[in-house]
Design a protein around this ligand. Structure first.
Ligand code: TUI
Length: 308
C-alpha cells in the first residue's frame, strides 16, 4: 500500500512502530524496519550514551530506514535531539510535548519529523513549524495519553492539515488499519501489538500479561498528576487508581510510587511495583509472532478490506 507516508519515509508498508519508553530498543526497531515498516528506538529517559549505542547497533542490524522517538519530558531531551542529528538519524517522532524549538535544526539536517499530537490545535502548529507528517494519537494508546479517541481525533486532524496523518491508538490488526485509512490516515503507528513479538526484549511476564489481558484488563492512572498513563490492570495499577480516586494517595505519593516503575515492569517483570504500559487493544493480542508476520498480516488484512 503506497501512500505519502511510504514515499516520505522510503519504506514498504505505512506501519510505524510506537516509540515505547524502555521497550523500543534496537532489536525491536531493526526487526520492524527489516519487515518493511519503520522501527523506532525510544529516546525517552535514555542516557545519551545508551541511545548512541542503540542507534549504532540498529544500523548494524538493518540497512532500512528507522527512527528515534524523543520523549520531550525527558530532562535530557536537548542532548538527545542533538545526538539524532550527529548520528544521522533519518526519522524522528516526538511525544509528550511540543517539539517546536528543535524543528529548524532537525529540518536543516534533512530529518523527517513526525510529532505525536493529541489535538487539532497542536497538529496545525506542527504543520506550521515544518513537520513532515503528524501522528494523531487517540486515548486508546498505551502510556501517556491525551483525551480524544482515535475515531474522533484522526478525521478532525485530517481535515485540519495538508500534511499526511498517521493514526495511533487501538490499532492492532488489518481491520484497525483499514478503519484508520477510511478516516483519512495514510499510515498507522502500532505499539501494543509489537509488545507480543518475538523480537521485543521485554520481560516474559510483561508479554504474558499482554497475551492474557481481556478487554477489561486496562486502566488509566495518574490523571491528577497531569500525566495520565494507560496500563495493564495489575494489582499495583488498581492500588494507584484507588488511591487517586479516594484521596488516600496524594499526587506526590503517587509520583514517588511510580518513579522507576517502567523499568521495574520492562526489565524485572515486577507485577507488585511495575507499571505495564499497554494500549486498550491488548485484549485482542493473543499470540507472540515475529515482527515480519505482524507487519505483513496487518498490511495484507488492511489491503484486502480496502480493496487495494
Ligand atoms: O508520549 C507518549 N507516550 C508515552 S511517553 C511515556 S514516558 C512517561 N513516563 C511517565 C510519565 C509520563 C510519560 C510513556 N508513554 N505518547 C505520545 C503523546 N504525546 N501522548 C500525548 C502526547 C502529547 C501531549 C501534549 C503531545 C503533545 C502535547 O502537547 C502539549 C503542548 O505543549 O502543547
Amino acid at each position: 500500500m503506497k501512500t505519502r507516508i511510504t514515499e516520505l519515509l522510503g519504506c514498504e508498508y505505512p506501519i510505524i512502530q510506537g516509540g515505547m519508553a524502555w521497550v523500543a530498543e534496537h532489536t525491536l526497531a531493526s526487526a520492524v524496519s527489516n519487515a518493511g515498516g519503520i522501527g523506532l528506538i525510544a529516546g525517552g529517559s535514555a542516557p545519551i550514551d545508551y541511545l548512541r549505542e542503540q542507534i549504532r547497533l540498529c544500523k548494524e542490524k538493518t540497512d532500512k530506514p528507522f527512527g528515534v522517538n524523543i520523549m520531550l519530558m525527558s530532562p535530557n531531551a536537548d542532548d538527545l535531539a542533538q545526538l539524532c542529528i550527529d548520528e544521522g538519524v533519518k526519522v524522528i517522532t516526538t511525544g509528550a510535548g511540543n517539539p517546536g524549538k528543535y524543528m529548524a535544526a532537525w529540518k536543516d539536517a534533512g530529518i523527517k519529523v513526525m510529532p505525536v499530537v493529541p489535538s487539532v490545535a497542536l497538529a496545525k502548529r506542527m504543520e506550521k513549524s515544518g513537520a513532515d507528517a503528524v501522528i494523531a494519537e487517540g486515548t486508546e494508546s498505551g502510556g501517556h495519553i491525551g483525551e480524544n479517541t482515535t475515531m474522533c481525533l484522526v478525521p478532525q486532524v485530517v481535515d485540519a492539515v495538508e500534511i499526511p496523518v498517521i493514526a495511533a491508538g487501538g490499532i492492532a490488526d488489518g481491520r484497525g488499519m483499514a478503519a484508520a485509512f477510511m478516516l483519512g490516515a495514510e499510515g498507522v503507528q502500532i505499539g501494543t501489538r509489537f509488545l507480543a513479538s518475538e523480537e521485543c526484549q521485554i520481560h516474559p511476564t510483561f508479554k504474558e500479561l499482554v497475551i492474557k489481558a481481556k478487554d477489561t484488563d486496562n486502566i488509566v492512572t495518574g490523571r491528577y498528576t497531569g500525566h495520565p498513563c494507560r496500563n495493564i490492570k495489575t494489582k499495583f495499577a488498581k492500588k494507584l487508581a484507588t488511591g487517586e480516586k479516594d484521596g488516600t494517595l496524594s499526587p506526590e505519593e503517587f509520583e514517588q510510587l511510580t518513579v522507576g516503575a517502567l523499568r521495574r515492569a520492562v526489565v524485572d517483570g515486577d507485577v507488585d511495583s511495575g507499571s505495564f504500559l499497554c494500549g486498550a487493544i491488548s485484549g485482542m493480542v493473543n499470540e507472540i509472532k515475529t515482527c515480519a508476520d505482524i507487519v505483513k498480516e496487518i498490511n495484507d488484512g488492511a489491503e484486502k478490506l480496502l480493496g487495494r
